[in-house]
Design a protein around this ligand. Sequence first.
Ligand SMILES: Cc1cc2nc3c(=O)[nH]c(=O)nc-3n(C[C@H](O)[C@H](O)[C@H](O)COP(=O)(O)OP(=O)(O)OC[C@H]3O[C@@H](n4cnc5c(N)ncnc54)[C@H](O)[C@@H]3O)c2cc1C
Length: 248
Amino acid sequence: MKILVCISSVPDTTSKINFTADKSAFDKTGIQWVINPLDEFALTKAVKLQESQGATVTVVNVGTPDTEAVIRKSLAIGANDAIRINQDPKDSYSVAKEIAQIAQNGNYDLILCGKESIDYNGGSVPGMLAQILDKPFVNACIGLEINGSEAKAVREIEGGKETVAVQLPAVIAGQKGMVEETELIIPNMRGIMSARTKPLQVVEPSSADVKVEAMSFESTPARAAVKLVSPDNIDELVRLLHEEAKVI
Ligand SMILES: Cc1cc2nc3c(=O)[nH]c(=O)nc-3n(C[C@H](O)[C@H](O)[C@H](O)COP(=O)(O)OP(=O)(O)OC[C@H]3O[C@@H](n4cnc5c(N)ncnc54)[C@H](O)[C@@H]3O)c2cc1C
């Protein structure tokens, strides 16, 4: 079985997000990049299938050379090889289109993604990818079993779970539950060393078919400072709740 895992490189969750002075772009200054956390669940699942079913795992990223640290970390976690499509991702459709080309050419049986990227929160690449490939799509997957050419996936739904079956090849977008947080693989020294020599192929994009153009960005307003009121000053607390918070 050949598995393709789509890896997005995103700012570390503790990063302070800023935009450029003209508000036209995200300011990458000082940002630490990590594997999109939801992609880590998908990648760990793929590595488990590699161990249990002899699958091969390829990671793919649409990104500029600065995403290679994150790609190498994916290799250290256990992927066999990697492909970087050399393009600054500009919208979800162009990302999906580029990955689709790789998926088609490589005849992958299973394409795993995260449910959404934690930076631009598009939640759209996996569905678009399945549509372009004309393959089954399962979103919000919290459990996955592969039996021959069939995938049985458990989905999170309102108030419960749904189990679905799809024929491979299929696109499956995962999240926490696909594997548990405790199962996430922290690369050891052997993994880090072997990742340095694993194949990382760089391919040029087939097109820049961008359909959505970001016009401007705006930061979330900073939270107002917390006011501390002494427990014996109830009158002041009531005044603040009434006049400032306007909740009573
Ligand atoms: C400099 C810059 C400019 C941008 N300008 C625009 C713009 O003008 N308009 C706009 O709409 N967006 C813009 N973006 C955001 C860009 O569209 C997103 O990075 C890209 O669309 C995917 O994000 P998403 O939130 O749609 O992914 P989602 O659909 O939320 O991601 C779901 C899953 O798809 C896979 N995936 C997502 N991205 C990648 C990737 N790059 N490589 C491999 N797998 C991936 C991962 O498995 C991920 O978990 C810009 C980004 C950058 C860095």
